[in-house]
Design a protein around this ligand. Structure first.
Ligand SMILES: [Zn+2]
Length: 264
């Protein structure tokens, strides 16, 4: 059984789209007299290409962005508004554009993830529904970039790794459905790694590393609960040994960085 197929067993049960998160990684702080009024603002742009209409419709119908943006706005006070624009991009991707202070979530991303994940999804599940979990991880990755920019957070180490960690941690904070969503994102990276040669010069870690890093945090959050991730060969035992420490360290780091900006 391949790693991807092993992970697919996880996809057979429960909802993979996490409920609105309660981000423990933003700690309670004393209420400030005046909080900045900036918010994440969702904007939909009509798809230009016919083949993207289905993905735009599914994204809208899922209310994925609405629910998670509402939760983010309840917890984080931003120094400026950050539009989250769902639109055609011409490629399956997502971006945070610091010069425009805007997140782009591409319609094509859901189509691409669905295509890749479909062969590994239980027949009882809808492949696009499962792929929404991957879009959600990508969304929080971009939110991580946006928060680093908005709050001028220091990053020691590569920002791309840091925001993968942020996305995974915030999903893990939302419970078992979030942990499943993170595993879908890991599966997607493993499958993606098979389709192209790794680019070692890229600012992102290579896809297989991104997959292992996500799985390490899932395992580290609840080693007993997710012990099967090692048993099924998804996470090498040698890496798993440090994952609890890695999870606690990174969660504490994000918590300390975000606590001063927490709304509650
Ligand atoms: Zn990025």
């Amino acid at each position: 059984m391949t790693d991807a197929l092993a992970l697919a067993a996880v996809l057979a049960a429960g909802s993979v789209v996490a409920p609105a998160p309660v981000p423990e990684i933003g700690a309670v702080k004393e209420v400030e007299a005046v909080l900045p009024a900036g918010r994440f603002l969702l904007q939909w742009r009509e798809p230009k290409r016919v083949r993207n209409e289905k993905w735009a419709e599914l994204l809208k119908g899922s209310r994925l962005f609405e629910d998670h943006i509402d939760a983010l706005n309840a917890h984080y006070a931003l120094p400026f508004d950050i539009p989250v624009v769902a639109e055609d991009c011409g490629e399956p991707n997502a971006y945070y554009l610091p010069e425009k202070r805007r997140i782009r979530m591409c319609h094509e991303l859901l189509g691409d993830s669905t295509r890749r994940i479909r062969p590994h999804v239980s027949p009882r599940r809808s492949a696009p529904d499962v792929a929404l979990a991957d879009v959600l991880h990508a969304f929080y990755h971009e939110v991580g970039h946006a928060l680093i920019d908005a709050y001028k957070l220091p990053t020691v180490g590569r920002e791309e790794d840091a925001v993968d960690q942020f996305a995974t941690l915030i999903l893990l904070d939302s419970g078992p459905a979030g942990a499943e969503a993170a595993q879908v994102a890991a599966l997607e990276y493993k499958l993606s790694a098979r389709e192209s040669s790794p680019d070692f010069a890229d600012e992102h870690s290579v896809d297989r590393q991104r997959a292992y890093n996500i799985l390490c945090l899932v395992y580290g959050a609840h080693p007993r609960k997710y012990a099967g991730l090692i048993g099924r060969g998804s996470l090498p035992k040698a890496r798993a040994e440090t994952c609890r420490e890695e999870y606690l360290h990174l969660k504490d780091a994000w918590k300390r960085l975000l606590a001063p900006h927490y709304r509650l």
